[in-house]
Design a protein around this ligand. Structure first.
Ligand code: M6R
Length: 366
């Protein structure tokens, strides 16, 4: 049932090209320049009239929410706030009937997320669920929703749920952008085609398996690790760090790269591996300066770069090359080698990859 893979996690990492396609199939029509999602179409006015979108989730789903925040604001120009469900539900939040709440949950059973959407409904918000498990509590409790079609995710460390959540949320943002006219025609069509191409690019990003394995063998005994990214890739840094923590038990922190000098830079010495997400699109030059700062403090640099990159290669101890993409869609690619890196490190440390200690697949108690 692991399909020839040693662990469910690895199988699920490798399923990403096909499940991203499953997730957009029948919804994304790049040639016709259309996105059709029933749950969105049936409630289109709720979305277009929304004063803001509140995204509520936990863990990896919350990271997908952070990526979506940047995508929604950039594409559809709707203000977005992203909140941990556990914080939201206990702080008497301001919610009105002009708010659209998007709850993201792989399992659809996370107790805090479920309680948060019940609260949002009581306050009159429209609640849209993005769940993977069909018929789950959150999908039933939501007014409408869109499923991710990732298939069953068995590994406790979430991988394919994350990339399919981003796929669904990107499609919603593009749909709204079309109605609102917030992207130029060219931009809109380019993003649609690019999203359609993503399964192939993710497939290519999976070729980083070998290099991540080599890097894993060098750093498997590290006791700390820092992950840095900017913009769309800041949440990917958080997600990379979470993956490493939960399955390898190495302490890891994700930071927006520019925040490094506000504290974490003090941790950097020759013992500290720093994973830097530095694709060509985005804030490349800024990230290059951050890399120089790490280098001058003798930190070990593992950089995720766009294929053919030379500038970062000259500075980094290790480079991991991924295919080129636009900045907003890059998280679907940059996250792949980080999943593989944590997987290989965990395996080399003899950890129980699919069922890490103290963790449950769905957190049904608060
Ligand atoms: O099922 P959900 O998406 O609601 O789960 C949320 C978190 O519990 C989950 O993402 C958790 O952080 C994973 N173990 C991360 O890999």
């Amino acid at each position: 049932e692991k399909g020839g893979y040693d662990h469910f996690m690895l199988k699920e990492i490798y399923e990403q090209p096909s499940v991203i396609k499953d997730t957009y199939r029948g919804r994304l029509h790049a040639n016709e320049g259309m996105i059709k999602m029933a749950g969105v179409e049936d409630n289109i006015e709720k979305f277009t009239n929304a004063h803001r979108i509140l995204i509520i989730a936990c863990g990896t789903s919350w990271h997908a929410g952070l990526v979506a925040e940047y995508i929604f604001e950039e594409f559809a120009r709707i203000p977005v706030e992203v909140e941990y469900a556990s914080e939201f539900r206990y702080r008497n939040p301001i919610i009105t009937d002009k708010d659209v709440v998007i709850a993201i949950s792989q399992s659809g059973e996370t107790a805090d997320t479920l309680a948060a959407i019940k609260l949002a409904k009581e306050k009159g918000a429209f609640v849209f669920g993005v769940c993977n498990v069909v018929g789950s509590s959150i999908s039933r409790e939501s007014h409408a929703g869109a499923y991710t079609h990732a298939g069953p995710e068995i590994g406790v460390a979430s991988t394919k749920a994350f990339t399919t959540q981003i796929t669904v949320l990107t499609m919603i943002a593009l749909r709204l952008a079309k109605i609102k006219g917030t992207l130029s025609k060219t931009e809109y069509h380019t993003y649609l085609s690019e999203l359609e191409m993503m399964p192939e690019k993710v497939q290519e990003a999976l070729l980083t398996n070998e290099v991540t394995k080599e890097i894993a063998s060098v750093y498997k005994n590290a006791s700390n690790c820092l992950y840095l990214g900017r913009g769309y890739n800041f949440p990917v840094a958080l997600e990379g760090a979470l993956k490493l923590k939960e399955i390898s038990y190495i302490h890891a922190e994700g930071y927006p790269a520019a925040e490094m000098k506000h504290g974490p830079i003090a941790l950097i010495d020759e013992q500290m591996p720093v994973v830097v997400i530095a694709p060509k699109q985005g804030h490349y030059d800024k990230v290059v300066s951050n890399i120089q700062e790490i280098k001058s403090r003798s930190g070990k640099i593992i950089a995720v770069v766009t294929k053919g990159d030379e500038q970062v290669r000259a500075l980094a101890d290790h480079v991991i090359e991924i295919p080129e993409s636009s900045d907003p869609l890059s998280p679907l690619l940059t996250t792949i080698p980080l999943q593989l890196l944590s997987y290989h490190i965990a395996v080399m440390r003899g950890c129980n990859v699919d069922q890490p200690r103290n963790l449950a697949k769905s957190v049904t108690v608060e």
